[in-house]
Design a protein around this ligand. Structure first.
Ligand SMILES: Nc1ncnc2c1ncn2[C@@H]1O[C@H](COP(=O)(O)OP(=O)(O)OP(=O)(O)O)[C@@H](O)[C@H]1O
Ligand SMILES: [Mg+2]
Length: 248
């Protein structure tokens, strides 16, 4: 459905992605994990058309879309929910959601109303706050809103950049547990960029480990859970809180 082929991307003068190849198939949830600065957000931005690659290709729904503008890709169903849930704080929940459908709702208001209703059924807390300004929502609610807005764009592939950021563990568990259902219901595949590797592995089919702009591991999550590098770097047991250096 969506593939990066040997993608090389610069941010300013510096190369950030050094030939990244990955793909997500129809209906799949694929996680991309890795440390700060590995290039995860750059990868999603490049897939979404925000950073034209210096080399390599992006294939979407059987077509080469390398260099295609983000707004064109959104129309075709490649939709990015960016890092730090960039909702419009001064607009209501309803208007934020409708903005996700800005490119098609005028042509089909009935369908837009039905989709809005479906998204509100998936996220009842948003329904309760439909007239509230997005800036006054909690972090978890804003993340639901950002994802709901993404769904309103009718994605074939939804790119989520660190949806767990700043959320309490229980909120993360609750939010991530809905991803599979959302993919099935709306017929979308998902690339989930995460630093919360455990949470991402619980929901994903396959994963890629990105380090310093390169894929260093890839495979089904069950296999990666057994991989010594993945266990050591991302899944290792943490010391009890009282013994950790950052707790002192
Ligand atoms: N606008 C920019 N100009 C120059 N370099 C940038 C720019 N944005 C990001 N970078 C650099 O690109 C590299 C990758 O950044 P990116 O945001 O893709 O990483 P990331 O894996 O998403 O990290 P994080 O987990 O912290 O979100 C970093 O070294 C970063 O400093
Ligand atoms: Mg990032």
């Amino acid at each position: 459905m969506l593939a990066a082929i040997d993608l090389r991307v610069y941010r300013g003068p510096a190369p950030v992605l050094h030939g990244v190849t990955l793909q997500v198939d129809e209906g799949e949830i694929v996680a991309v994990v890795g440390p700060n600065g590995a290039g995860k957000s750059t990868l999603l931005g490049a897939l979404a058309g925000c950073f034209p690659p210096a080399a390599g290709r992006v294939m979407f729904a059987g077509e080469d879309v390398t260099g295609t503008a983000p707004e064109t890709l959104v129309r075709r169903g490649l939709v990015l929910v960016p890092e730090r849930r960039q909702v419009f704080p001064g607009l209501t929940v309803r208007d934020n959601l409708l903005l996700g459908a800005y490119h098609w709702y005028r042509r089909n208001k009935g369908e837009a109303a039905a989709l809005l209703d479906a998204v509100l059924a998936d996220f009842p807390r948003l329904r309760e706050r439909i007239g509230q300004l997005a800036g006054s929502l909690s972090g978890g609610e804003q993340q639901m809103l950002a994802i709901g807005r993404g769904i309103m764009a009718r994605p074939r592939v939804l790119l989520l950049d660190e949806p767990s950021l700043g959320l309490a563990p229980k909120v993360v568990t609750d939010l991530f547990s809905r991803f599979r259902q959302l993919c099935t219901r709306y017929g979308t595949a998902m690339i989930l960029v995460e630093q919360n590797v455990r949470a991402a592995f619980r929901v994903a089919d396959r994963a890629y480990v990105l380090e310093r702009g390169r894929v260093v591991r890839e495979g089904p999550v069950e296999a990666l859970r057994e991989d010594p590098h993945v266990v050591g770097a991302y899944l290792g047991k943490r010391l009890p809180a009282a013994l950790r250096a950052d707790a002192r």
